[in-house]
Design a binder for this molecule. Structure first.
Ligand code: ATP
Ligand code: MG
Length: 353
C-alpha cells in the first residue's frame, strides 16, 4: 500500500513523525509492505511551487492508495487565484471524499465526565453550506448588496443516498443503531429530503435501529447521555459542529482521528487544526493522527479484502487504548510523555504483541 504523507503546519510535522514511526513498525509486524511517500502542501509548497497544492501532487495522490494529510494553517489563505488554496478542501473535492467519519470515544485511564461512550459522527463532506463546485461564482455565498449576503445550501439526492449508505454500512460493523440529525422543522425541503432518503436506505438494513433528532435538541441529548448513540449521520455543517463537540466530550481534541472517504480514495486527517500555541514543544498528542492512519489501513483492508490491514488497524486502535490506560501518553490525556516518546512507547508496545 502506497500512502502519500503531507505533514502540514504547526504540530503537523511532529505528530506525523510519530505516526510514520508507528506505520513502519506495524508494516513490519503485519507484512503490509507500506510505502510512505513524503511530499508537501500548504505554506512550504506555496513558497516552492507558488501554490499550496499542485496538480502534480494531486496526480501523485491519485496513483497512491491513500493520503495522510497534516493540519494546515489556512487563516492567511485568502486568494485562490494566487495559489492560496485550502488543501483539505481541495482533496475532499478533487478526490470526491464524501464521507467524513469522525469517531469519538472515551478510554479507560482518563476521566470520563459523562460516563463511557463510543460513537461515530458520519458527516456529509461535499455539499450543504460548503458546496461550491456547481455554483458558477465559485462560492456558495453571494453579496447581493453591500448589506445583504445570501448563503446557499445544496442538498442532492445522490449525496444524501451515499452518505446514508456509508452510515448504515458502518452501523452493521458496530452496534447497529443509526441516528439521523437534521433541522427538518425549518429546512423542510432540504432536510426533509435528507431524512426521507436516510429512511429509504434504512429499509435495506432491517437489522439496524433508526431514530432521528433535530440538531438543536441533539446537542442536549449528546451532552446528557452520549452513550445513547452509535452512528450519527448528518449534513455537512451540522456534522462539522457536532463532531467537535463529541471530540471534546471524549476528553481531548488530540484523540480526534478522522477519515475522509470516497468510493476510490481516502484521506486520514486529524479532526483538529495546526495548534500553533503548542507547536514545536514536543507536547502535542500524536494519537489523533495515529488513529487516522489506522482508519486508513482499515479502509484499504475492507476495500481490497485484505485481512492483514484490518488486523493492523485493530492492533493500533487497541494499542492506543492500552497506552492511555497505562499512562504512556501526552499530558492532555493524563500521561507524562512528550510527542516523540509517546510514539516510541506505542511502537515498543506494538512490537511486543
Ligand atoms: P487552526 O487554525 O490550524 O485550526 P487552532 O489555533 O484553531 O489552529 P486547533 O488545532 O484547532 O488550534 O486546536 C485548538 C486547541 O486544542 C489548541 O490550541 C491546542 O491547545 C489543543 N489541541 C489541538 N490539537 C491537539 C493535540 N494533538 N494535542 C494536544 N492538544 C491539542
Ligand atoms: Mg482550529
Amino acid at each position: 500500500m502506497k500512502i502519500v504523507v503531507l505533514p502540514g503546519d504547526g504540530i503537523g510535522p511532529e505528530t506525523m513523525a510519530a505516526t510514520t514511526q508507528i506505520l513502519r513498525t506495524i508494516s513490519d509486524l503485519f507484512g503490509l509492505g507500506l510505502d510512505l511517500v513524503h511530499d508537501m502542501a500548504g505554506h512550504d509548497s506555496l513558497k516552492l511551487h507558488g501554490a499550496t497544492v499542485t496538480e502534480a501532487l494531486l496526480e501523485k495522490v491519485k496513483s497512491a492508495d491513500g493520503l495522510l494529510l497534516g493540519p494546515m494553517a489556512t487563516y492567511d489563505f485568502k486568494d485562490e487565484s494566487k495559489g492560496e488554496i485550502n488543501p483539505s478542501k481541495y482533496f475532499r473535492k478533487e478526490l470526491d471524499l464524501y464521507a467524513n467519519i469522525r469517531p469519538a470515544r472515551t478510554y479507560k485511564g482518563m476521566k470520563a465526565r459523562l460516563g463511557e461512550f463510543d460513537l461515530v459522527v458520519v458527516r456529509e463532506n461535499t455539499e450543504g453550506f460548503y458546496a461550491d463546485r456547481n455554483i458558477e461564482s465559485g462560492s456558495s455565498e453571494m453579496l447581493i448588496t453591500p448589506d445583504v449576503v445570501v448563503s446557499l445550501r445544496r442538498i442532492t439526492r445522490k449525496c444524501c443516498e451515499r452518505i446514508a449508505r456509508s452510515a448504515f454500512n458502518l452501523a452493521m460493523s458496530r452496534n447497529r443503531h443509526v441516528s439521523i440529525v437534521h433541522k427538518a422543522n425549518v429546512l423542510k425541503i432540504g432536510d426533509g429530503m435528507f431524512i426521507d432518503i436516510c429512511r429509504d436506505v434504512a429499509r435495506e438494513f432491517p437489522e439496524v435501529k433508526v431514530d432521528d433528532f433535530i440538531v438543536d435538541a441533539m446537542m442536549a441529548h449528546v451532552v446528557r447521555a452520549p452513550q445513547r448513540f452509535d452512528v450519527i449521520v448528518t449534513t455537512n455543517m451540522f456534522g462539522d459542529i457536532l463532531s467537535d463537540l463529541t471530540a471534546e466530550l471524549s476528553g481531548s481534541l488530540g484523540l480526534g482521528g478522522s477519515l475522509n472517504a470516497g468510493d476510490r480514495y481516502a484521506m486520514g486527517q486529524a479532526a483538529h487544526g495546526s495548534a500553533p500555541d503548542i507547536a514545536g514543544k514536543d507536547i502535542a498528542n500524536p494519537f489523533s493522527v495515529i488513529l487516522s492512519a489506522a482508519m486508513l489501513l482499515n479502509w484499504h483492508g475492507q476495500k481490497n479484502n485484505k485481512a492483514e490491514f484490518l488486523s493492523a488497524g485493530k492492533a493500533i486502535f487497541d494499542g492506543v487504548a492500552h497506552a492511555i490506560e497505562a499512562g504512556e501518553a501526552t499530558k492532555d490525556v493524563g500521561g507524562k510523555l512528550g510527542t516523540k516518546e509517546t510514539g516510541a512507547a506505542l511502537a515498543r508496545r506494538l512490537s511486543n504483541l
